[in-house]
Write a protein that binds this ligand. Structure first.
Ligand SMILES: NC(=O)c1ccc[n+]([C@@H]2O[C@H](COP(=O)([O-])OP(=O)(O)OC[C@H]3O[C@@H](n4cnc5c(N)ncnc54)[C@H](OP(=O)(O)O)[C@@H]3O)[C@@H](O)[C@H]2O)c1
Length: 230
């Protein structure tokens, strides 16, 4: 089995790559720049990919095609919040958001995964039970946003990723496409107070992705593969 995981340089992406490799899956990782030592060990190849740059996405798609092998699981994990684009806590709210910050989050969190997924459809369809797992967020769900989370660009981009997953699922009946909330996880993005350790989230996510069934396609799931409950 072969998986492609985006954003293996740190955080959840590095942990998912490690978990998959530990279960005997061949992992191709993508990174913008530096790669964590554990990801270097768990990935057979690292492809350079910046989801904010369409020429980088096209080059990564070409590079994966030159490998000439089917892809069983595509994990669109890489993503960012407003802080990663330089917005302060204050600047991330709906009344203050810089349009460029908003659009950068849409570009990286929603459009990038769509462009990468569609560029790899032929390699996915060459696998036996292909899956696209989009790491979305509960903050893309309006019921959750009514309680917490005022990074409007992040919320909108994750809502877009979740609905893009369902749209792709309808278009591609041969591929199981899901969006998943990984839990609140202790990474650079989640911070030190988050509920789940990164290895625990990754282990549960990998259990869920390997067990995905055709009838789950298009759904928004929690870290254990159950329907997400806001
Ligand atoms: N942590 C949580 O509590 C939580 C909760 C819900 C959802 N999520 C989602 O889970 C995923 C992983 O998050 P994390 O917690 O591991 O975050 P993180 O520690 O901040 O890591 C983010 C990853 O995304 C990559 N990335 C950022 N911008 C990119 C770009 N333009 N092109 C390609 N890669 C880019 C980063 O690469 P660089 O090292 O090059 O910056 C890094 O590998 C994200 O999609 C996030 O939205 C996280």
């Amino acid at each position: 089995m072969r998986a492609l995981v985006t954003g293996v340089g740190r955080g959840l992406g590095a942990a998912i790559a490690t978990e998959l490799a530990g279960r005997g899956v061949t992992v191709i990782g993508t990174a913008r720049r530096s790669v964590a030592p554990e990801a270097e060990r768990s990935c057979t190849q690292i492809v350079q990919l910046d989801l904010a740059d369409r020429s980088s996405i096209a080059a990564a798609i070409d590079e994966v095609h030159t490998m000439g092998e089917p892809i069983d699981v595509l994990v669109n994990n890489a993503g960012l919040d407003g802080r990663a684009v330089g917005a302060s806590e204050h600047d991330r709210g709906p009344l203050d958001i810089d349009p460029d910050v908003f659009m950068r989050q849409i570009e990286v969190n929603a459009l990038g995964p769509l462009l990468l997924s569609r560029g790899l459809v032929d390699l996915l369809l060459a696998a036996n039970t292909p899956k696209i797992v989009n790491i979305s967020s509960q903050l893309g769900h309006p019921e959750v946003v009514l309680r917490t989370g005022r990074d409007v660009g992040y919320n909108a981009s994750k809502a877009a990723l979740t609905t893009t997953s369902a749209t792709l699922a309808r278009e591609l009946p041969g591929i199981i496409v899901v969006a998943v909330h990984p839990g609140w996880v202790r990474t650079d993005m989640g911070g030190p107070d988050a509920a789940l350790g990164v290895e625990e989230s990754a282990a549960r996510l990998v259990d869920a992705m390997l067990a995905l069934r055709a009838e789950q396609t298009g759904r928004f799931l929690d870290v254990d593969g159950n329907p997400f409950a806001p």
